[in-house]
Write a protein that binds this ligand. Structure first.
Ligand SMILES: NC(=O)c1ccc[n+]([C@@H]2O[C@H](COP(=O)([O-])OP(=O)(O)OC[C@H]3O[C@@H](n4cnc5c(N)ncnc54)[C@H](O)[C@@H]3O)[C@@H](O)[C@H]2O)c1
Length: 355
């Protein structure tokens, strides 16, 4: 019998990559997405195109337009489908938007996760439950790590010896306390810790993956979420792009959505209980916003956006964040990362240019 997979947020970036991956493997894949991204971000965030793409290209995919805040409907669906693997990627994903939609943010991110966890516990307690969390659970603590300013980027000070940082980046030892998170960061902490708790308290196969900048060609990128996708779109159109704070020298590590799903698959085949992993491209896939503009220009025959600089950084925005992958790699030594940063950008330039 083939694997039964339930993916929430299935028309979003991560969810759709999961659908494609498991469908290609021959799994029976059910997806939940109510296109709330369009409600959050307007027409550019509309994911209907991606839902239709999946329905047209995947052999064993069934879409359910269902709101994960609806506990009764979630319970009924999980009971009926009895999935063996649940990938929970539905969310209000924007740091900035949460302040203007605080109840929606909390109800989707925290309440929706609870609805799914409880339905899983009642109907399929032996299933593997994977939750997409965020590095924003660390709030602005990464900004208190020792930093240096270089010509085109900020970076961690070499040889710094502080808890939560190695020469490879941020570890899971970094504190979640005593910092500013944004309302989004807090709703994600609630779900992140609850997912761990269902592993520890109930012995369920749960993991929370704290994503950094996850990217890929199927992002409905908007200014408030999906930085690289939006930057490529603006660069190719030679439109405007505003670097918000930190002189454009803020550093992020990019991980391709395909590489996200292969970490999930490693976990699903050999699950543990209540784990938390940092999930990002790592030091070698890290670049500042300014450096990304140059990489995009290299990949596109010199296309650049017209840059503006806003001195006012976003509240709690990370100055430098890249991921030490050591914990995940020590648990799953078979995992390999496929995409380098130039490859991610090349692919994205190609996709946006031919859209
Ligand atoms: N993309 C990133 O850079 C990144 C980084 C860190 C963490 N994450 C996390 O990964 C997860 C997925 O992110 P993404 O980039 O794929 O986001 P996305 O917005 O592309 O996908 C999320 C999907 O969830 C759907 N959705 C929202 N509310 C819903 C609801 N109430 N019921 C059903 N569906 C709903 C949306 O319509 C959307 O298609 C989120 O939890 C996000 O916080 C993403």
């Amino acid at each position: 019998m083939s694997l039964k997979v339930l993916v929430t947020g299935s028309a979003g970036l991560i969810g759709s990559e999961a659908v494609t991956f498991f469908d290609a493997m021959g799994a029976r894949v059910d997806g939940v997405d109510n296109n709330m991204r369009a409600d959050f971000f307007g027409a550019r965030g509309d994911v209907t195109w991606n839902q239709h793409r999946l329905e047209a290209t995947c052999e064993n995919y069934t879409h359910h337009t269902l709101d994960i805040r609806d506990r009764t409907a979630v319970d009924e669906l999980v009971g009926r489908l009895a999935p063996e693997l649940i990938i929970h990627a539905a969310a209000q994903p924007s740091h900035d938007l949460a302040a203007s939609r605080p109840f929606d943010d909390f109800d989707v991110n925290a309440g929706g996760t609870m609805a799914l966890l409880e339905a899983t516990r009642h109907h399929v307690p032996g299933a593997v439950f994977i939750h997409m969390s965020t590095n924003k659970v660390y709030g602005d603590n990464p900004n208190r790590l020792p930093l240096v300013e270089l010509d085109t980027r900020f970076d961690y000070a070499p040889d710094a010896e502080v808890a939560g940082l190695t020469s490879e980046g941020v570890t899971e030892e970094l504190s979640l306390d005593h910092c500013t998170h944004s309302l989004f960061g807090v709703s994600k902490v609630a779900s992140d810790v609850m997912v761990q708790e269902y592993g520890r308290y109930f012995g369920m196969n749960t993991a929370t993956f704290r994503g950094g900048c996850l990217t890929g060609p199927h992002h409905s990128g908007v200014e408030l979420h999906g930085f690289l996708s939006y930057l490529v779109t603006q660069a190719l159109a030679e439109g405007d792009y505003t670097m918000i704070g930190h002189k454009g020298k803020q550093v992020r590590d990019q991980l391709h959505s395909y590489d996200v799903i292969t970490t999930f698959w490693e976990f699903a085949q050999n699950p543990r209980q209540g784990e938390a992993y940092n999930l990002g491209g790592g030091r070698h896939n890290a670049a500042s916003n300014l450096e990304c503009v140059e990489l995009i220009a290299d990949a596109s025959g010199g296309k650049r956006p017209t840059l503006a600089f806003d001195d006012q950084a976003r509240i709690g925005d990370h100055i430098v964040y890249y991921t030490d992958q050591a914990k995940f790699r020590s648990h799953y030594p078979g995992w390999t990362q496929k995409y380098t940063l130039p490859e991610i950008i090349d692919e994205m330039v190609h996709v946006v240019a031919t859209r």
